[in-house]
Design a protein around this ligand. Structure first.
Ligand code: CP
Length: 325
């Protein structure tokens, strides 16, 4: 049964994971705490726990992915699930089968969980609504829908920030670049404000900052040198050319001059600031290579933490129970 927030059960446990917007603080903290318990599984000889043994997880990636698809697969396997990666290009989607018909057929194969990436905002919500009507025990996790949400990226970013900075109170976080087309920025902003981060700044050209930012409780900066001043966390974003309609920037070179992270700009942040990037990175466009590979970068730890965070989410929605076993 759905509540006002379709990803929660009536007793406020995690039923699906569709967005970080509206997730209670206690639930986000529970996900991060559960992830912390899973990090050490990666250090074991046998990297497995039996929490999803016998469950079938279907990875449905209608859009390209390196990090998200692979770490969801690793996470599901570490939880002992059976993982099926549907090859969308070789599937009957290319013959005109609708998304809902595809889902119905996979439910008929006894799917327990769908991990969905789709170019259309709202695709994961649509699937969650459908499975709630036809097979309420099936869980849906949004692995990125259009420019709307990428909740597990937002959560792994929170895990990374908490790992390095310990607490969200008194933190200044700058999110830089193409905010307009970024589901990562939206998911990060909702999670940061819920967790009590008092100073979230978005930095970018006017053409790449959506008007909704101000009502999301963040400050808007167009001058990067000023915007990054005194920050604890600098989160860089890729220019998402595939989602841009028409030219929004003079050129990638001009963008780099104003908004690319260089040593000179990073020097304005705190000396112990961490540099994050969800990937894929475009070196020389939004970030200089020396910074991407430098001592302040935590870009690869973000990927590693993503496995534990995805294990936490999958274990919590796993049997429709909403809490970790
Ligand atoms: N961060 C992220 O979503 O990367 P992928 O597109 O490679 O999954």
């Amino acid at each position: 049964m759905l509540t006002a927030n379709p990803q929660l059960t009536p007793d406020k446990k995690l039923r699906h994971l569709l967005t970080t917007e509206g997730l209670p603080k206690s639930l986000i903290e529970n996900i991060l705490d559960t992830a912390a318990q899973f990090v050490s599984v990666g250090d074991r000889d046998v990297k497995k726990v039996p929490l999803l043994r016998g469950k079938s997880v279907f990875n449905l990636f209608f859009e390209n992915s390196t990090r998200t698809r692979t770490t969801f697969e690793i996470a599901a396997k570490r939880l002992s699930a059976d993982v099926i990666n549907l090859n969308i290009n070789a599937s009957s989607t290319s013959k005109g089968e609708s998304l809902v018909d595809t889902i119905d057929n996979l439910i008929a194969m006894d799917a327990d969980m769908f991990v969905v990436r789709h170019a259309q905002s709202g695709a994961a919500h649509l699937i969650a609504k459908h499975v709630n009507a036809v097979r309420p025990n099936v869980a849906v996790i949004n692995a990125g829908d259009g420019r709307h949400a990428h909740p597990t990226q937002g959560l792994l970013d929170m895990y990374t920030i908490r790992h390095y900075k310990k607490s969200f109170h008194n933190l200044s976080v700058a999110i830089v670049g193409d905010i307009l087309h970024s589901r990562v920025a939206r998911s990060g902003i909702h999670a940061l404000t819920t967790l009590g981060c008092p100073d979230v700044r978005v930095i970018g050209p006017k053409t790449l900052i959506p008007t909704e930012c101000e009502r999301m409780g963040v400050s808007v900066h167009h001058d990067m040198l000023r915007g990054i001043e005194g920050c604890d966390v600098v989160m860089m974003l890729r220019l998402q050319n595939e989602r841009m309609e028409g030219p929004l920037l003079p050129s990638a070179q001009e963008f780099f001059k104003s908004y690319g992270l260089t040593a000179e700009k990073l020097a304005r942040a705190k000396a112990d600031a961490i540099v994050m990037h969800p990937g894929p990175m475009n070196r020389g466009v939004e970030i200089e290579s020396t910074i991407a590979d430098g001592r302040q970068a935590v870009i690869l730890p973000q990927v590693t933490f993503g496995i534990a965070v995805r294990m936490a989410v999958m274990s919590m929605v796993g049997a429709g129970r909403g809490d970790a076993a």
